[in-house]
Design a protein around this ligand. Structure first.
Ligand SMILES: [Zn+2]
Length: 262
């Protein structure tokens, strides 16, 4: 690890140890676009986003806006709640959930016809270290806010989805991608160690490459996961410091190779 990286990491750890960190910076989430899918469950919306589209609808719904599904297009199946039939003795409000059915929907990209207003979510300028993601074959896509996360990394799809232009969020997801390379495989869900590794790595990257660091935000994020494990933020960081070093080395050496080749 070079001296600059080391000194940033040490400074962060010292601040986390004392808790003497600035307030978190507010993150601006990209505005969600109001679409039929806006009413879906978070699981269904994530399923759609990770199928490579921001807008999926049923066959009939597309027809209603003057678009038709292209021949040979594959459907995405979302799960819809199935309620008790209303002609039974219960009124509308007291109907019971009796299960789920898979409903086929199609991606906007697999339809043609009347043009639709599509919001532009890409940032005006690509974030630093984007070339590392590209080199690793990872697609980065921006979309309107979904759920309560700012970003997602899908290892199997090799895709990063971002709901904000904030660079630190991109760095966090890129760090997950680096961590996957280090470990060979990531655990599913929000595993505390993986989250602390990603956030601490991202905090260092924000100091090295970003336009604004958010140490306060990183500290609070890490503390949230640490507390669930009966630790403070500092101890949680120490517990994963080896992995953080490896992730930083991987990202920084890739970036160095790329600029040497350019
Ligand atoms: Zn994460």
């Amino acid at each position: 690890m070079n001296d600059k990286v080391k000194s940033v990491l040490e400074k962060l750890l010292r601040a986390f140890e004392t808790g003497n960190v600035p307030e978190a910076i507010a993150i601006t989430v990209l505005p969600p676009h109001h679409l039929p899918s806006s009413r879906w469950s978070l699981t269904n919306r994530l399923l759609m986003i990770f199928s490579g589209t921001d807008d999926a609808r049923g066959f009939q719904q597309w027809k209603e806006v003057g678009r038709r599904v292209k021949k040979g297009s594959k459907a995405i199946y979302i799960l819809c709640p199935r309620m008790q039939k209303s002609d039974e003795e219960t009124d509308e409000e007291n109907r019971q959930l009796i299960g789920f059915i898979a409903a086929p929907v199609f991606r906007y990209e697999d339809t043609q016809g009347e043009p639709l207003d599509i919001p532009e979510y890409d940032p005006p300028r690509m974030p630093p270290l984007m070339e590392v993601a590209t080199q690793w074959g990872i697609q980065v896509r921006w979309t309107g806010g979904i759920g309560d996360a700012y970003g997602y990394f899908a290892p199997k799809r090799k895709e990063i989805i971002l709901c904000t232009h904030e660079e630190a969020t991109f760095f966090h997801e890129l760090a997950h991608a680096a961590h996957e390379k280090v470990m060979g495989k990531l655990k599913g869900g929000q595993h505390w160690k993986q989250e602390v590794v990603a956030e601490l790595t991202a905090a260092v990257l924000a100091h090295l490459y970003g336009k604004r660091a958010n140490d306060g935000g990183a500290y609070r994020y890490i503390r949230g996961y640490a507390e669930k494990e009966d630790m403070d933020a500092y101890r949680a960081c120490l517990a994963v410091i080896g992995d953080v070093g490896q992730c930083l080395n991987l990202i920084l050496s890739e970036r160095e190779n790329l600029s040497a080749a350019a």
